[in-house]
Ligand binder design. Structure first.
Ligand code: ADP
Ligand code: MG
Length: 239
């Protein structure tokens, strides 16, 4: 159960982020407004008119991306906590993202070793994995390959997302997961922040290994409840 203090802390973080989200959304709103105003000028060529409409739509799309990514963190949905089986979850993520991999010319591979279950909100957990695999796909260049690995070993389950893409400098690695840090033209810089928050809330850890122009490996480790439920009987207290 979440303590009062944890809840207060979470609210504080969410409202701090809300303030910066509001700021980030104001920019595309302001420029959309500007372009709509320009549209009302008489004597505009059809070409200019189309260009202004296109820019306004692009800006609105950007605002929508930011709102969507933020909502996956702040949604006041009932926090339903369940046991999440990892094999089927990872296969599901692979299915969801294979069209995205295909259009980006990236091979998506999966290797599941053993079975494990973790405990958490499955919608948020799925969202976190999707964010990581999407990033891996987006990091790829030609001959791109993304591997999704599961290793279930006793009390810990580890999930790895490995790509052979652009990689990151150390300085970049230290900045990922902070709000709005993005190197992409259409990035929101909210995806990894959501991942870190969700995995942390599940009692897990995320490690990153990356090398420029070689690739990146994200490793998530989480307590494996399947193992903990099967603890040997001799661990019962002695009388
Ligand atoms: P976004 O994807 O919207 O940019 P994220 O929070 O998901 O935001 O990622 C933040 C930044 O971290 C990315 O813009 C990118 O620079 C870097 N990054 C994340 N994952 C990878 C990866 N697998 N390979 C290289 N860089 C990555
Ligand atoms: Mg992302």
């Amino acid at each position: 159960m979440e303590s009062e203090l944890q809840r207060t802390e979470k609210l504080q973080v969410v409202s701090e982020i809300a303030a910066s989200v509001a700021h980030e959304i104001r920019n595309p709103m302001t420029s959309t407004r500007g372009f709509l105003q320009l549209l009302s000028h008489e004597g505009l060529t059809g070409e200019k008119r189309n260009e202004f409409i296109r820019i306004a739509i692009t800006e609105l799309d950007r605002a929508e991306l930011i709102i969507n990514d933020y909502l996956s963190l702040a949604k006041p949905q009932a926090e339903e906590i369940t046991e999440i089986p990892l094999r089927s979850t990872l296969s599901h993520i692979l299915n969801i993202l294979s069209p995205y991999a295909t259009i980006n010319n990236v091979k998506l591979k999966i290797d599941l070793e053993g079975e494990a279950s973790v405990v958490g909100n499955s919608a948020r957990f799925n969202q976190s994995l999707i964010n990581l695999v999407k990033n891996a796909i987006e990091a790829c260049k030609e001959q791109g390959e993304v591997k999704l690995l599961l290793k279930a070993k006793d009390e810990l389950a580890s999930i790895q997302i490995i790509d052979n893409g652009v990689g990151m400098e150390e300085e970049q690695v230290s900045r990922i997961g902070t709000a709005f840090y993005s190197t992409k033209e259409k990035g929101t810089g909210l995806g990894l922040m959501v991942c870190y928050r969700v995995i942390d809330a599940m009692g897990g850890k995320i490690k990153v290994k990356s090398e420029r122009n070689k690739g990146t490996a994200f490793t998530i480790t989480l307590p494996n409840v399947t193992y903990h439920q099967k603890k040997p009987i001799q661990e019962l207290p002695e009388f």
